[in-house]
Design a protein around this ligand. Structure first.
Ligand code: ING
Ligand code: ZN
Length: 308
């Protein structure tokens, strides 16, 4: 039917509702939010990009993306909450106002739009993109194994039927190519890259494609420790943090490792709630608390970026 769901920040919204929401929030907050198209998905859907921040010159920027993996719905809900918080608290919240005056946040509310639509229409547990693979009926590539960072060497599969299929080549997917192109084209301003996944309650930084210790490991570890401390202060949610390879598992082709090696120093992967009780099916009753605690961590990282 053509009945549209009403947008709610405390519910999971389908893609049409999110796209209507992003058009509206940009139209209603034109001094703070603007919408453009990052790219187009395999199935032809627009992938939108919200630029959130007060206009200014020579601003540093932070990329915040959600919905890499289709079934990680809390990630998508978080990006909406983040934009809502920015428009609602700009001008009254001192820290947030300072951040938005001096930083631009490039928010991708849903990167893997085809996969997200598929989790609503057909298979709630879908992870990958929806691109057709040659020589098999199996569909899709794991977008977080598709970046050129030790591509397909470890923790990734070269079999198209697997959930961690790395794709036919790095950036083989329209969705990953669009994001990588955007970051490459804006490397002079982009100082932070935050990619939001679920679940596990972790804050990860490079590297995940090997056990190599990142040049900035000590600083990233401190930034992560402080961000987690802020997050935990709200509802005592326990987070672990550290380099991806030692904290979660070795996995090549991730976007945070690629962005870091491309020159984005403050590159992090969030794994939001929970630790497995509900897993990807986190109840809507936890959207608000999860978003509010996560925003504290994002603010902490963004403040460090601004001051360094
Ligand atoms: N976890 C991430 C995944 O893509 C990760 C973990 C982070 C891997 C960074 C590689 C790099 O497997 C989830 N839940 O998707
Ligand atoms: Zn994920």
């Amino acid at each position: 039917s053509n009945i549209r769901a009403v947008h709610s920040y405390v519910k999971y919204n389908d893609l049409d509702t999110i796209n209507a929401w992003s058009a509206n929030i940009a139209a209603q907050n034109s001094g703070l939010v603007s919408r453009s198209q990052l790219g187009t998905s395999y199935e032809g859907r627009p992938i939108y990009l919200l630029k959130v921040g007060k206009s200014g010159s020579n601003k540093k920027a932070v990329v915040l993306d959600c919905g890499f993996h289709a079934r990680e719905w809390i990630s998508v809900a978080f990006c909406q909450w983040f934009v809502k918080e920015a428009v609602e608290k700009y001008g009254s919240d001192t820290q947030l106002t300072n951040l938005l005056n001096n930083l631009d946040f490039y928010v991708v509310p849903v990167l893997n739009v085809d996969g997200y639509a598929y989790t609503w229409s057909t298979n709630r547990m879908w992870r990958k993109t929806r691109s057709v693979n040659s020589g098999t009926t199996c569909i899709g590539t794991d977008p977080n194994r598709n970046f050129n960072a030790g591509w397909c060497t470890v923790g990734a599969s070269s079999r198209a039927c697997d959930d961690t299929y790395c794709g036919s080549s790095p950036e083989s997917e329209r969705e990953t190519k669009a994001l990588a192109n955007f970051i490459r084209n804006n490397l002079s301003s982009i100082k932070g890259y935050l990619t939001i996944h679920s679940y596990s309650q972790m804050l990860l930084f490079p590297y995940s494609y090997s056990y190599a210790v990142a040049k900035d490991h000590t600083e990233l570890n401190t930034v992560a420790k402080n961000a987690v401390s802020q997050l935990t202060s709200l509802y005592k949610t326990k987070y672990t943090y550290g380099a991806g390879g030692t904290t979660i598992y070795l996995a090549a082709g991730g976007s945070d490792d690629w962005a870091y090696d491309a020159g984005v120093k403050y590159s992090f992967t969030f794994e939001l709630r929970d630790t497995g009780r509900y897993g990807f099916l986190l109840p809507e009753s936890q959207i608000q608390a999860t978003s509010q605690e996560t925003i504290l961590a994002v603010r902490s990282i963004a403040t460090h970026i601004l001051n360094n």
